[in-house]
Design a protein around this ligand. Structure first.
Ligand code: HEC
Ligand code: HEC
Length: 374
């Protein structure tokens, strides 16, 4: 291997891991923080009616996503967006379909205070649960050198949740054995043909990026949804964008967050709520396709029921956007499905710590992650 190549690989590794804004670069999270975060993640007492935990929507066996079109929180309240997988989430540059949360710590408080998710009215209501549990108090006081339960803040809670989430790494999938380890027996002939179309005339890798050292299947950028903007939203753009402006001018309040989770028309505006740039209306973050076979239905609003339909829609709309029709035969579409299925690799609880240690980047976490579902 020549020096140039080593330098390029190192730089890419640095850009995508060490310097990632989600602090994956730090020395790693303390094992106690990870353990504490996992307990919080699985705890249904951490919701206004004690029925909803993070793990209710982010289910380990579904790659920390689920199979509902949109998330359902307390009192069976439906949200507006499809639940994303949390595997490799520590490598994302920004969180949510519109990228409105800059890091995992900022993200974690959002569902706790959202009426359509955990439903707590304010931070104090969250903290009264945590401060009232002696095992949480013991762990937080030890971890954060606090003098008493009263010093536990929402920042401590979200930092622990984030520490746990950074350990959620995908394990090598059949595709990785084929692509990285050059094991040609790891993929069926059909999946290999599918990969050729995916990276070749399908041009899927323009956005669902595959590189030798990190195949996360996302460019972490925002692109128009293949669904297009719903007509009913298009007709109300002046009113809806005006409302977003008004909600954003109310700093410190959770009103914009609540509107995104409660009003499908606001949620459909996508990246616009972050940048207020009209060209960002209806743009969403490219999802990673790892474990995509486990997470139907698809797209930001969960409106596409099957992988077959999602691929059909993507082929059609991405080709149309480029003015380059991407035509595949029925058999070739099956090849694409076989390829996407080869990206399945959910860590089981027993392999999680090992996956954490040998994952895409560092993590010095060695805590035992038990993965109990509520
Ligand atoms: C009611 C279901 C539900 C619950 C409960 C829930 N989430 Fe989520 N989660 C979602 C949905 C839906 C999204 C996407 C929302 C959006 O993009 O606006 C999401 C997005 C995320 C993301 C961003 C992922 C990415 O790739 O952008 C993270 C991280 C996350 N949730 C962590 C948590 C944590 C931590 C908790 C518990 C404190 C939690 N979630 C509770 C439904 C839920
Ligand atoms: C221009 C960038 C771009 C290209 C090219 C592209 N995609 Fe996507 N893809 C996206 C975005 C953005 C989404 C999310 C859209 C949404 O939520 O409405 C997505 C969603 C998907 C999904 C659904 C994933 C999920 O978890 O909901 C699948 C499957 C998919 N793409 C496959 C493909 C295939 C196959 C190709 C090649 C034919 C392709 N994509 C080309 C950007 C792209």
């Amino acid at each position: 291997m020549n020096c140039h190549r080593i330098v390029i690989v190192l730089i890419t590794w640095c850009v995508f891991s060490v310097c990632a804004p989600t602090r994956v670069c730090a020395t790693g999270d303390a094992p106690l923080a990870v353990k504490l975060g996992e307990k919080l993640f699985n705890d249904t007492r951490l919701s206004a009616d004690r029925t909803i935990a993070c793990a209710t929507c982010h289910r380990r066996e579904r790659a920390f996503a689920n199979n509902e079109p949109v998330g359902t929180g307390i009192n069976h309240r439906a949200g507006t967006r499809n639940v994303p997988s949390l595997l490799d989430v520590g490598l994302q540059r920004a969180l949510f379909w519109d990228g409105r949360a800059p890091d995992l710590e900022t993200q974690a408080r959002v569902p706790l205070l959202n009426p359509a998710e955990h439903g707590f009215p304010d931070a104090l209501a969250v903290l009264s649960v945590v401060r009232g549990d002696s095992s949480y108090v013991e762990m937080f006081t030890q971890l954060d050198h606090l003098k008493s339960a009263d010093e536990i803040s929402l920042l401590h809670v979200s930092a622990a949740l984030a520490a746990f989430e950074r350990t959620l790494r995908s394990t090598p999938a059949p595709f990785d054995r084929f692509f990285r380890d050059h094991d040609t027996t790891a993929l069926s002939a059909s999946a290999q043909r599918g990969f050729e179309i995916f990276g070749g005339r399908g041009r899927c890798t323009t956005c669902h990026v595959v590189q030798e050292d990190h195949a996360l299947f996302t460019d972490m950028q925002y692109h128009p949804s293949a669904r297009g903007l719903p007509g009913t939203v298009n007709d109300r753009l002046v009113e809806l964008t005006g409302r977003v402006l008004e909600l954003k001018n109310d700093p410190g309040s959770e009103r914009l967050e609540h509107a995104i989770a409660a009003d499908a028309a606001i949620a459909a505006l996508g990246r616009f709520v972050v940048t207020l740039d009209p060209t960002d209306i209806g743009r969403f973050k490219t999802p990673s396709l790892r474990n995509v076979a486990l997470t139907a239905p698809y797209m930001h609003d969960g409106s596409v029921a099957t992988l077959d339909e999602a691929i059909g829609l993507e082929l059609y709309s991405r080709g149309a956007a480029l003015n380059y029709p991407i035509v595949v035969t029925v058999d070739e579409k099956q090849d694409l499905i076989a390829f996407l299925r080869s990206l399945t690799s959910v860590p089981t609880p027993s392999h999680l710590p090992a996956a954490g240690r040998s994952g895409h980047t560092d993590t010095s976490s060695t805590s035992s992650v038990t993965g109990a579902e509520p």
